[in-house]
Design a binder for this molecule. Structure first.
Ligand code: TMP
Length: 254
């Protein structure tokens, strides 16, 4: 089906050569992985939902002046993006204790943090994405001090915006992971938000019930992932109340 040149294949997405120089096509797969791909499954409909949710968030961020790689959505599974040089860091912003922070520091999941906390992880599957500090980042040249400053101020703006966006539809933004890239534009180098923001990369809890509306449903074998992501899309106003769940493919009638 795809005769375009494949530039890179990750766990949940594929990047293809774009229609013009300096562009790429980002394709969202249905593959779900956790714990550095030790746990794997295919969840039909996940890619379509993440494409739509990420499009909505990136459009909103572009509109408030947060520079991103996103240009426009092309179809159900693909979006056109600007080609950037990915900075090899996973930037995690936390508002509430959960996941690895709860484990590391013995905090109950759901404990409000005294303030938002930014953490950096070195993107390296072989090493299991170890947590690193600014010292490691600058000493090993993964990013320059000025770039770290830009990343941190963008991360705070993104967190403020996303917290409000989700609060407005009854969702508590617990934490999320973002990635940044370098964009070369007429001899200028800018840090821009890249990758995706979706329930795969965020922890999202329903405000009333604390029900999880994110990838922890897969990580923790809770089931109902597509239903939860669909609920996020509906609350964000992306999908209408009665729009069916993404196509499940042919169903065998017994
Ligand atoms: P953590 O609590 O497991 O460190 O995860 C923090 C946030 O980052 C959470 O919203 C899930 C997200 N995340 C990813 O998007 N990719 C990853 O590989 C990991 C470990 C976490």
């Amino acid at each position: 089906m795809n005769r375009r040149r494949r530039i890179y294949e990750g766990k949940a997405k594929i990047l293809y050569e774009g229609p013009e120089p300096g562009t790429l096509v980002q394709h969202f797969k249905d593959d779900a992985t956790a714990f550095n791909a030790k746990k794997k499954d295919v969840i039909e409909g996940k890619g379509v939902l993440n494409n739509r949710i990420s499009e909505h968030i990136f459009n909103n961020l572009n509109a408030i002046g947060v520079p991103t790689h996103f240009i426009r959505r092309l179809n159900m599974r693909e979006q056109l993006i600007r080609e950037v040089e990915i900075i090899p860091l996973e930037v995690v912003v936390r508002n509430v204790a959960a996941g690895s922070l709860s484990q590391r520091l013995g905090l109950d999941e759901g404990t409000q943090l005294p303030r938002s906390i930014i953490e950096f992880y070195y993107k390296n599957d072989e090493l299991n994405d170890p947590m690193v500090s600014e010292e490691h980042i600058t000493a090993f040249g993964w990013a320059a001090p000025q770039e770290i400053d830009d990343i941190m101020s963008l991360a705070i703006r993104i967190n403020d915006f996303l917290t409000g966006l989700f609060l407005g539809c009854g969702i508590r933004l617990i934490d999320f992971k973002i990635e940044f890239g370098r964009l070369y534009e007429n001899d200028m180098l800018r840090i821009v938000l890249a990758d995706e923001i979706s329930p795969d990369s965020c922890r999202l809890w329903d405000i009333g019930s604390d029900e999880k509306l994110d990838k922890d449903r897969f990580r923790r074998d809770m089931g109902g992932l597509v239903e939860a992501y669909t609920e996020v899309a509906r609350r964000l106003g992306i999908m209408s109340e009665n729009e069916p769940l993404p196509a499940r493919g042919p169903v065998l009638v017994k």
